[in-house]
Design a protein around this ligand. Structure first.
Ligand code: PSU
Ligand code: MN
Length: 283
C-alpha cells in the first residue's frame, strides 16, 4: 500500500516570524503550493492546550491574531497543554509533533542553530537535537548569518545528521545564498534526498535550500542589517527566545521590507521542494 505524501509546517513563523497579515497570507499560500504539488499540508500548532495536526485557515488566523500566543519549543509543549495555552510551535517542536503523527517531511524557513556565543552561554537551538533525534526530513533555507555556521555543521556531524544542500555546495544563510561552508552533499534531486532518508536507520535528515537568486539579499546587506539588529537587541536587553522574533522585525525595518520579501520567497520555494521529496518518499 502506498502512503500519501504529507508535509508538516510550523507556526512560529506565522505568530512570531512575520507581521500580520503577510503571515496568514503566506501560511495559506504555502499550504496551497503543497497541494498544487500533489501533497497534503499539515500546519502544526496548539490552541487552548490542544495539539492540532493540520490547522484550519480559521485556526491559522487565530494563532496569528490572538494575544499572548506562546513561542513554544519542544520542552514547552507539556506546559502549554497543562495551561491550555495557545502556542505556536518552533521548528524543533514541530518536528517532534510530526514524528509522533507519522509525517516524514517538515518544511520551515530558517532553523535555529549554534549561537555566536555558544562556547560560553550554551545557546544552541533546540531545533538541532530535534532534527538529529526524530525520524523526519527537514527542509529549510539554512540559518541566519549571525549564527555560527561552521559550529552548527560540526554539531550536526557529531550527531550523525546527513546535511544536504539543494543543487549547490554551500550551506545557505537564509536571507542570502552561500555561506562559504560546504556540507559535502550537493542534492541533485528529490529522489536522492528521499533515498538518503530511507537509507538512514533512525533519526533525521536536513535539506538546506538556497533561496531563489532574485529574492536573495546581498550578503553584505544582510550582514549589516543583522549586525545593527543584534546591537539593538543587546542594548534593549533582548535575549533567549525573544531574540529571533526581535531580530526578524528589526531586520525588516532596516532592509525596508526586503528581508520579508526574501522570507516569503524562501518558504514558498522550500514548500515546493519539500512536497517533491514527500512524493518521492511515497513513490
Ligand atoms: N529563524 C528564522 N525565522 C524563524 C525562526 C528561526 O530565520 O521564524 C523560528 C523557527 O520557528 C525556529 C525558531 O524553530 O525561530 C528558533 O528559535 P530559537 O532560535 O529561539 O531556538
Ligand atoms: Mn536560542
Amino acid at each position: 500500500m502506498n502512503r500519501q505524501p504529507v508535509v508538516a509546517l510550523e507556526s512560529t513563523i506565522i505568530a512570531h516570524g512575520m507581521p500580520y497579515p503577510e503571515n496568514v497570507e503566506t501560511a495559506l499560500a504555502v499550504e496551497q503550493i503543497i497541494r498544487d504539488c500533489g501533497a497534503t499540508p499539515r500546519t502544526l500548532g496548539i490552541l487552548d492546550g490542544e495539539v492540532v495536526v493540520g490547522l484550519t485557515p480559521d485556526q491559522i488566523e487565530q494563532l496569528a491574531t490572538r494575544p499572548g500566543v506562546w513561542k513554544c519549543c519542544e520542552r514547552d509543549i507539556p506546559l502549554a497543554i497543562a495551561r491550555r495555552a495557545d502556542a505556536a510551535l518552533t521548528a524543533g517542536a514541530s518536528i517532534s509533533v510530526a514524528a509522533r503523527a507519522g509525517i516524514d517531511v517538515f518544511v520551515t524557513g530558517g532553523i535555529g542553530a549554534v549561537g555566536p556565543t555558544a562556547s560560553h552561554d550554551f545557546d544552541i537551538s533546540a531545533d538541532l537535537p530535534a532534527i538529529a533525534e526524530y525520524r523526519v526530513l527537514t527542509v529549510c533555507a539554512g540559518a541566519k548569518a549571525f549564527m555560527d555556521i561552521p559550529a552548527t555543521l560540526e554539531w550536526l556531524e557529531t550527531h550523525r545528521v546527513p546535511v544536504g544542500v539543494w543543487q549547490a555546495d554551500d550551506f545557505p544563510l537564509f536571507f542570502s545564498r552561500g555561506s562559504g561552508f560546504s556540507t559535502g552533499w550537493n542534492i541533485p534531486s528529490a529522489a536522492e534526498a528521499a533515498a538518503v532518508f530511507q537509507a538512514r536507520p533512525s533519526g533525521g535528515v536536513l535539506v538546506a535550500v538556497p533561496l531563489p537568486e532574485a529574492d536573495a539579499l546581498p550578503e553584505e546587506v544582510a550582514r549589516a542589517a543583522i549586525a545593527t539588529a543584534l546591537a539593538d537587541a543587546q542594548s534593549s536587553g533582548i535575549h533567549g527566545k525573544s531574540l529571533t522574533p526581535f531580530l526578524l522585525t528589526r531586520i525588516k525595518e532596516l532592509t525596508m521590507g526586503r528581508s520579508l520579501t526574501a522570507n516569503i520567497a524562501l518558504i514558498r520555494n522550500n514548500a515546493r521542494i519539500g512536497a517533491g521529496i514527500a512524493k518521492a518518499l511515497c513513490a
